[in-house]
Ligand binder design. Sequence first.
Ligand code: ADP
Ligand code: MG
Length: 263
Amino acid sequence: MPETRSGGGKIVAIVNQKGGVGKTTTAINLGAALADQGKRVAIIDLDPQGNASTGLGIEIDRRQLSTYDLLLENIPLAEVLQDCAIENLQVVPATSDLSSADIEMVSKGQRTTLLKSALRGSAIEGLDFVLIDCPPSLSLLTVNAMVAAHSVLVPLQSEFFALEGLSQLMLTIREVRASANPDLAIEGVVLTMYDGRNKLAQGVLADAKETLGELVFDTIIPRNVRVSEAPSFAQPVLYYDPASKGSLAYRALAHEFVARDQV
Ligand code: ADP
Ligand code: MG
């Protein structure tokens, strides 16, 4: 365990500036699988679209306090965290007012460290993992996540152009390291929506391994219709269909994630 993690859990930003690559799905299902292992997990929904909140059954009328309040109203984490139907898993929900947060943050002195301040010290003491579901951009919200985090987890969709945005993402990680968070690690890259019969997907996997080596998780998340159905039932796939390939893959990812963490 890195020394920088005294007194609290590990904060992991789930980042990829492309939309639709599996960030939210990974936040929800990795979070649920870790919670199922008995880890105490919080998911911070940092995307104004609020898909992680919806996918975990936090309805709009239960979002009086949200990530916006955590970032811009100085409301403590303990007050914005909400229980969901899953034991050991809590959520800070997002509302659409988060979409103006970027602009509002610009006028603040400590604009890149707002989330870091909110998660500092005793705020995360009782938690093993804090997973931050980032919006599909490298905006100030995502930078806040990277500044607050111990590591970055990158879902990579197994399709053409998948690796294209990575150099920009790596550049942003280097900038964050140079300016505000020198210890920011890369947790790893997880291939999502993988169809092993598809030559293109096989090519993406091979390219990712060649370019990123050990950073690529051994666990690969297959394309699985049950994974895509689960959010409309406001459940992680682990609960919606525990025996599905998607569930098994996310459980395996959680095991690999914890095992790597202990090295
Ligand atoms: P992001 O948060 O990066 O925008 P999402 O996690 O919302 O991406 O995923 C985009 C879409 O793909 C969603 O409709 C989601 O249900 C679907 N999806 C994600 N992972 C899988 C998977 N393994 N199999 C099938 N569909 C998936
Ligand atoms: Mg998302």
